[in-house]
Design a protein around this ligand. Structure first.
Ligand SMILES: Nc1ncnc2c1ncn2[C@@H]1O[C@H](COP(=O)(O)OP(=O)(O)O)[C@@H](O)[C@H]1O
Ligand SMILES: [Mg+2]
Length: 330
């Protein structure tokens, strides 16, 4: 039997519980486990699990046919997995409401060619149910570099301009999670820089991004973490630091006194060939290299070249794809 006293305790407990829930970190942008998908006899995705936190920028890499687009479509509830589970912004991805807060640029898309860019955007705003003012819509078109083409029919757009419009569609309804499937495939180098800036801007505003791009350099520049798919499986994943190791520089020097050689040898690896010294040093922070070079110059050492010594993501990716999931880091 409940007394007025216990009802009061119940209300307190409820308030405490509500406070605990309010303090919980928001659900990840996306979380999935054990995703599988077959098309006929072909297994497109073979047991993929991953998680993307709020505000995190994750790159999805892998060769053609690795299953990247299929994974993306399953994460967004657009393709039904044969097995596995997906939570999109804390809701089951099978619930279409979960998609309302997601911006998606599909790999293959076609907009109504008779509509203008502004009309396409307005149509998508209406479909999303979000309140986005006309000014905000113009701002998004300007952001993707279409300010001068808002009234032009999409049918006359180049592939790159259509891709810019696709990006505007993905961004216009103030999404909390943005998924870009090959956003730069048709873009010129200038357009790629725009996409990079847009991704970095999203990140700075705490918006999570999943970026599938074959332009590995782009991924390396903007992503916190990378997931590499091969034959429908995660072949490797981790931060750039985990996948590539620490930053290193290689210095090419002449005129290095013996004492200097010994000291540099404590900090890194020194190789000597005749008068030439090559020194490979880990870079701990942004002062390491300029301070060291200043010291060397003071000692009368001639610094001929400073090269980045870390392997590129591209080299690492090729190594992983060649050697399989257990590929050793060089
Ligand atoms: N709708 C589909 N019907 C049949 N096979 C498909 C379909 N979608 C993808 N596939 C196959 O699944 C595999 C993975 O495709 P996809 O996810 O598009 O790879 P990626 O995006 O990494 O290039 C490929 O072998 C592809 O041919
Ligand atoms: Mg694809």
């Amino acid at each position: 039997m409940s007394s007025p006293g216990s009802a009061a305790v119940g209300a307190d407990a409820l308030r405490d519980a509500a406070a605990v829930v309010a303090d919980l970190p928001p659900a990840p942008a996306v979380w999935c486990t054990g995703l599988r998908k077959r098309y006929g006899k072909r297994t497109a995705v073979d047991g993929v699990s991953l998680e993307i936190a709020r505000g995190e920028v994750v790159g999805l890499l892998g060769p053609n046919g690795a299953g990247k687009t299929t994974v993306i479509k399953m994460l967004l509830g657009l393709v039904r997995p044969d097995a596995g589970e997906v939570m999109l912004l804390g809701q089951a991805a099978t619930d279409p409401a979960s998609r309302a807060r997601v911006g998606y640029l599909p790999e293959l898309f076609r907009y109504q060619p008779w509509l203008s860019a502004a009309e396409v955007l307005t149509l998508h705003v209406r479909l999303s149910g979000a309140e986005v003012s006309a000014q905000e819509q113009r701002d998004v078109l300007a952001l993707v570099g279409l300010a001068e083409r808002t009234g032009d029919r999409v049918g006359g757009f180049s592939k790159g301009m259509q891709q810019r419009l696709g990006l505007a569609v993905a961004l216009v309804a103030r999404p909390e999670f943005v998924v870009l499937d090959e956003p730069t495939s048709a873009l010129d180098p200038l357009g790629r820089v725009d996409v990079r800036d847009i991704v970095l801007d999203l990140k700075s505003r705490g918006i999570a991004v999943l970026l599938n791009s074959h332009l590995i350099g782009e991924v390396e520049r903007v992503c916190d973490r990378v997931v590499i798919l091969d034959h429908g499986r995660v072949a490797a994943s981790g931060s750039l630091l985990e996948l590539l190791g620490r930053h290193e520089v290689r210095l090419h020097l002449t005129g290095l006194p013996q004492a200097g050689e010994a000291r540099l040898g404590q900090a890194g690896r020194v190789e000597r060939e005749g008068d030439w010294f090559t020194v490979a040093l880990p870079v701990d922070d942004e002062t390491t290299v300029p301070d060291l070079i200043a010291d060397l110059v003071r000692l009368g050492v001639r610094v001929h070249a400073v090269e980045p010594g870390r392997i590129s993501l591209e080299e690492r990716l090729l190594g992983i794809l060649r050697d399989g999931a257990d590929g050793e880091q060089p």
